[in-house]
Ligand binder design. Structure first.
Ligand code: UDP
Ligand code: MN
Length: 490
């Protein structure tokens, strides 16, 4: 042991400096103490570093919020504006009260910042509550609902599904569904205070509430009011926050309902919004109307078929152009303020972009991900100014931007009565933006953190083959008979 100790001290070189035996021993002791102290301090430091690291890895909601706020204040704003967030803010205290509590949320929205941090942490749990509490309501609005839960309208709807009716007929049938659903839901709300039930009520009551402080009124389309009895709540745009008009072209294909469902639930987070869903078809499809009803975002469902000559062509088609022009026409007749945005049914949208575009006065632009070989299409900003455009395909365009990358003020559009989208594949955005002249590049507002962020993506859904026909003999009297009616076949 001793030998070992001596060996050790020799090796450590502690006694190598001095020739004096006595002094050597003292020095050794002194140096040893020094060494142990150093080791102790070093170890303490390592522990402290490790502890810091451990702390930094723990979920910490408040820090998260601040981080986003630093980056872009709109991030928080959008969350604050969302009906879901408002609902959640209320739900903790009001969860067992009547549905009327939720109606307070929309209209009188003032930009208070009080709820932000509290709600941030509760997203998950309340979301789950919505799912859990809502199963009954969801069943009620299901196409495959049994007579017991949904007698009149579901049978009506089924007959509508069997042979697709014309635009008015099909529309009214689904509209009836909506009315029944809403009534039914209200009852559920009072009885069980289901959170989803309250959410549905939210869209309806919103309009009633907001009308009080309204200056702009979007009137219903003829098909709604024609039959005397009002079948669906009318969207009444409130002045504050400025209304949003989202024009979504859609067309018949196996993915259609999935796309609309995904987009619809994104839009459901946004208040004072009218969703203009316009199908490239000659007549509306009750399945689409039903899907929109179920989502519960205020909407108008219209048709605008692509002109025959473009349908026949073997070359690239002007996809969604007649739909978007129909949307513009609707706005010219029914809107006075707010902002319009073309949201294709297959793209992906961060809801904060909606809260940013609301307040623009002319035209706004921002980057769009997943466009061409550059991976993004964006205005180029230097020194705070728009100096050009970045896109994998310029093609002589003055505005080489993607459809998902700009929004236009309704007033600005209406001051340009001829503005519309050309039937020119590849040049739809450019043509429309040019038709908004006069428009100086300096007047273009730059959103998404002055175009340093990506909040919209030009995603594309994989095409699915049409579903094969159901063997009706084999699957007679099974659920498959119902499911089969929910499939969109080209
Ligand atoms: N669209 C349409 N009719 C068509 C093809 C497409 O109305 O024949 C719609 C489609 O639903 C989408 C928009 O037009 O909202 C753009 O079409 P698509 O997504 O196919 O074009 P891409 O994004 O690939 O350019
Ligand atoms: Mn697309």
């Amino acid at each position: 042991m001793k030998g070992n100790y001596i060996n050790l001290s020799t090796h450590s070189g502690i006694n190598g400096a001095s020739g004096n035996g006595n002094g050597n021993g003292k020095m050794s002791l002194g140096k040893s103490i020094k060494m142990y102290l150093t080791i102790f301090i070093a170890t303490t430091c390592i522990y402290m570093v490790l502890y810091q690291y451990h702390i930094s890895r723990e979920p910490f909601a408040a820090a998260e919020v601040v981080k986003h706020q630093e980056k872009s204040s709109s991030y928080i704003a959008s969350y604050l504006w969302s009906p879901i967030s408002l609902l959640m803010a209320n739900s903790s205290s009001n969860i067992n009260t009547k549905s009327t509590t939720t109606s307070t949320t929309i209209a009188p929205i003032t930009r208070t910042t009080t709820t932000t941090t509290t709600t941030a942490g509760t997203v998950g749990s309340v979301g789950q509550k919505v799912g859990g509490a809502s199963s009954a309501s969801i069943r009620m609005v299901s196409l495959a609902a049994t007579e017991a839960t949904f007698i009149s309208s579901s049978s009506e709807l089924r007959s509508g599904l069997g042979s697709e009716s014309g635009s008015v007929g099909g529309y009214q049938k689904t509209a009836t569904t909506k009315t029944s659903t809403t009534t039914r839901t209200t009852t559920t709300t009072t009885a069980t205070a289901g959170v989803l039930a309250t959410t549905i009520k939210l869209t309806t009551t919103t309009k009633a509430k907001t009308s009080a402080k309204t200056s702009a009124v979007a009137t219903p389309t003829a098909s709604h009011s024609e039959n005397g009895q009002k079948t669906r709540p009318t969207f009444v745009a409130a002045s504050e926050p400025p209304p949003l008009y989202i024009i979504t072209p859609t067309y018949r294909r196996p993915e259609q309902l999935a796309e609309l469902t995904r987009l619809g639930y994104t839009l459901k987070h946004v208040v004072n919004l009218l969703w203009l869903v316009i199908e490239d078809a000659n007549k509306t499809n009750p399945l689409v109307a039903h899907t929109l009803d179920r989502i519960g975002v205020p909407y108008e469902y219209m048709v605008a078929p692509m002109p025959e000559k473009y349908k026949q062509t073997k070359r690239a088609k002007p996809r969604g152009v007649s739909n978007r022009n129909r949307g513009l026409e609707y706005l010219r007749h029914n809107a006075t303020e707010g902002v319009l945005y073309f949201a294709d049914d297959d793209n992906t949208y961060d809801i904060s972009i909606f809260e940013q575009m609301r307040y623009i006065t002319k035209v706004a632009m921002w980057p769009v991900g997943l466009v061409t070989k550059t991976g993004v299409s964006s205005p180029i900003i230097q020194g705070g100014k728009l100096v050009g455009f970045y896109d994998g395909w310029i093609g002589g365009r003055r505005y080489p931007v993607d459809m998902a990358g700009f929004a236009v003020s309704v007033k600005f559009l209406k001051e340009r009565p001829k503005a519309q989208m050309p039937f020119k594949p590849g040049y739809e955005e450019d043509g429309f933006l040019r038709s908004l002249a006069p428009l100086d590049n300096k007047e273009i507002e730059l959103l998404a953190d002055e175009c340093r962020d990506i909040l919209t993506w030009h995603t594309q859904t994989k095409k699915n083959a049409p579903a094969q026909a159901l063997n009706r003999t084999r699957y007679k009297n099974t659920n498959l008979e119902y499911i089969d009616k929910l499939l969109v076949r080209p």
